[in-house]
Write a protein that binds this ligand. Structure first.
Ligand code: FES
Length: 178
């Protein structure tokens, strides 16, 4: 996240140039390059894929073809509250998939998407190393343990209350995409 904040201080183009300058001009380095770009920006923009493509002598379509093969890469920006649902084995075994479905339903987006108001983005991730708390959801840096479909709404509303964007008595639709 810190890296992403620093990026805002430079132009996207400058940051991309900096990343690419530190990478070998070799197509076999495509994945590490994309990983560095995503780490810096939170996602792979079309501009970033064009720049990486021109550096490596590939088209943006070729780059997208490779990147879209991996769940790790996302092609839309992160939301103000980036949500990651763990879909590692332990979380999957105790209902992680149902929680993920509930998140998609409540936020009205699919995995890899962002709500229209830019508040929430949703991703699935592999094991984050706290299987004893499964199923686990992470929002920003905060871990939300033992999630169920029924607690999705509650967690999202509490998040908005803590951020001062909703009142405790307020409407329970506060967390939903507007
Ligand atoms: S499988 Fe989810 S934390 Fe390990």
């Amino acid at each position: 996240m810190l890296e992403q904040v620093r990026v805002q201080e430079k132009t996207v183009r400058e940051k991309l140039a900096e990343i690419l300058a530190g990478c070998e001009k070799d197509r076999s380095r495509l994945i590490p390059i994309l990983q560095r770009v995503q780490h810096a920006f939170g996602y792979l923009s079309r501009e970033a894929m064009l720049e990486a493509g021109s550096y490596l002598g590939m088209t943006d379509v070729q780059i997208y073809g490779v990147a879209s093969f991996y769940n790790y890469f996302r092609f839309t920006p992160l939301g103000k509250y980036p949500i990651q649902m763990c879909m590692g084995t332990a979380c999957h075994m105790v209902g992680g998939g149902l929680v993920l479905e509930a998140l998609e339903r409540v936020l009205d987006i699919k995995v890899g998407g962002i709500t229209e108001n830019g508040e929430f983005s949703l991703d699935r991730v592999a094991c984050i190393g706290c299987c004893g708390l499964a199923p686990v959801m992470v929002i920003g840096e905060k871990i939300h343990p033992k999630m169920t479909p029924a607690t999705v709404d509650e967690v999202l509303v509490n998040l908005k209350i803590e951020a001062g964007e909703a009142s405790p008595e307020g409407d329970d639709q506060a967390a939903k995409a507007e």
